[in-house]
Write a protein that binds this ligand. Structure first.
Ligand SMILES: NC(=O)c1ccc[n+]([C@@H]2O[C@H](COP(=O)([O-])OP(=O)(O)OC[C@H]3O[C@@H](n4cnc5c(N)ncnc54)[C@H](O)[C@@H]3O)[C@@H](O)[C@H]2O)c1
Length: 397
């Protein structure tokens, strides 16, 4: 469909949906062919401001709006079914993260995509992992892919810049409940961190997780997690995340035989060994020696545009031309979800779990948590939808 504008429908018009609307507004390669929210007043407000049609049931929009593509920005449990329904109608999908709440659902989604692609090989499935556009992470990936660090031995990521207040958790009745969200920090905030971990370093072969449930917030899901990863190549990994630290930290150390890469405070430093640590260890006669290091601050291009709109633009570009980088293939979403589910399963079962994880065991545990939940959520304080959408988004759509 080269040169043709993409008819796009947006499902979910509150928090993240507003961001998507804003991005769509900036693009001249798309037409907003319909918007959908189960809250009628949201759908009506956005539709009238953007001069498009409102739908309150996404299936109706998929059937009637003449869509080429759909963006899914609703709470996570609904991502799989909406995507499956879109694929069955030959509609391209960009889903918000996480791909799903549990790996069984993600597999159903991927199977539906594979089936649909047999009929329409050009069908695209993207997932919003906008952090893959971030320049420091891209540079780290470039260095790792070049093999400069040699054999990797350890990666440690302290990522606690995910502070969330009680007011945040109270701002939606689905948030931070087993039935509404299916998890806490690993399901909502850390899909980005986990995707980046697997993008840079791969999915671990074994996972040991320790998750604290509602430790600092009145919620029934995890808000503090420490995990230990073992990779097939012998590398070990650590992940420390929480929504209850101020100030937060984002420090990633990746160590290989040839040195250490450290990212923190928007600075990337390579501590480069004068020779391989493994070779030095084998060959030196020094008992407590060190071959010495060179410290190099890595230059990073921070001028290139990044973020959600870049991911969306590339998604639409791929649909229109069949070319270009899709920042994150939707099917890759199962990798971060595997790590998230694996950490929780390990924590619940108090043992190390192997990857691929037992998806049935995780789903059964989730169902049990939903069934036995005694958690009573305070009345949700839902932020009002933006009063005047035309001011924010204009009528360009
Ligand atoms: N990529 C990112 O950085 C990022 C940031 C924030 C949120 N998200 C993701 O976006 C999704 C939505 O989160 P949010 O914070 O915008 O939630 P939200 O509660 O603010 O908004 C969700 C909207 O979806 C609507 N909705 C719910 N079920 C629906 C359905 N079946 N059909 C149509 N509309 C429906 C709700 O009425 C609401 O307006 C989540 O999966 C979240 O993980 C991603």
């Amino acid at each position: 469909m080269a040169n043709k504008k993409v008819n796009v429908g947006l499902i979910g018009l509150n928090g993240m949906g507003k961001g998507h609307l804003h991005d769509l507004q900036e693009m001249d390669t798309v037409v907003l062919a319909g918007v959908c929210d189960i809250v009628k007043e949201y759908a009506d407000a956005v539709a009238s401001a953007c001069n498009t049609r409102a739908y309150y049931d996404y299936r109706e929009m998929l059937d009637r709006a003449g869509l080429d593509a759909v963006i899914i920005a609703v709470p996570h449990y609904d991502h799989p079914q909406i995507a499956i329904d879109a694929f069955e109608r030959g509609i391209h999908v960009m889903t918000e993260k996480p791909i799903a709440v549990h790996v069984n659902d993600a597999k159903r989604m991927i199977e539906a995509y594979d089936r649909a692609k047999q009929l329409a090989p050009e069908l695209q499935f993207g997932i919003m992992f906008q952090e893959r556009t971030f320049p420091y992470y891209r540079k780290i990936k470039e260095i790792l892919d070049s093999g400069e660090l040699g054999r990797l031995t350890r990666a440690t990521w302290i990522h606690t810049e995910w502070f969330r207040s009680q007011a945040y958790y109270d701002s939606g009745d689905w948030r931070a409940t087993w039935a509404g969200e299916g998890g806490g920090i690993l399901t909502n905030q850390c899909p980005h961190t986990l995707d980046m971990y697997q993008w840079l370093l791969g999915v671990p072969a074994r996972i040991t997780g320790h998750a604290h449930i509602g430790k600092y917030h009145d919620i029934e899901v995890e808000d503090e997690v420490t995990a230990y990863f073992e990779h097939e190549n012998g590398m070990i990994g650590h992940l420390i995340v929480t929504t209850a630290e101020l100030p937060g930290t984002n420090r990633l150390e990746i160590i290989g035989e040839n040195g250490k890469l450290v990212y923190e405070d928007h600075k990337l430093v390579l501590h480069k060994n004068k020779m391989s640590m493994l070779q030095y260890s084998r060959e030196t006669s020094e008992r407590f020696g060190n071959m010495g290091q060179e410290q190099i601050e890595i230059a990073v291009d921070t001028e290139t545009p990044v973020g959600h709109h870049v991911v969306s633009e590339k998604f639409f570009e791929r649909i229109r031309t069949g070319q270009g980088e899709l920042i994150a293939e939707g099917t890759e979403g199962i990798r971060s979800l595997t790590i998230a589910n694996g950490i929780m399963l390990s924590s619940f079962q108090k043992r190390t779990v192997d990857v691929p994880i037992d998806g049935d065991a995780f789903e059964a545990k989730l169902q049990e948590l939903i069934r036995t939940s005694r958690y009573v959520k305070k009345a949700a304080v839902i932020p009002p939808i933006h009063e005047d959408f035309s001011k924010s988004f204009g009528t360009k759509l």
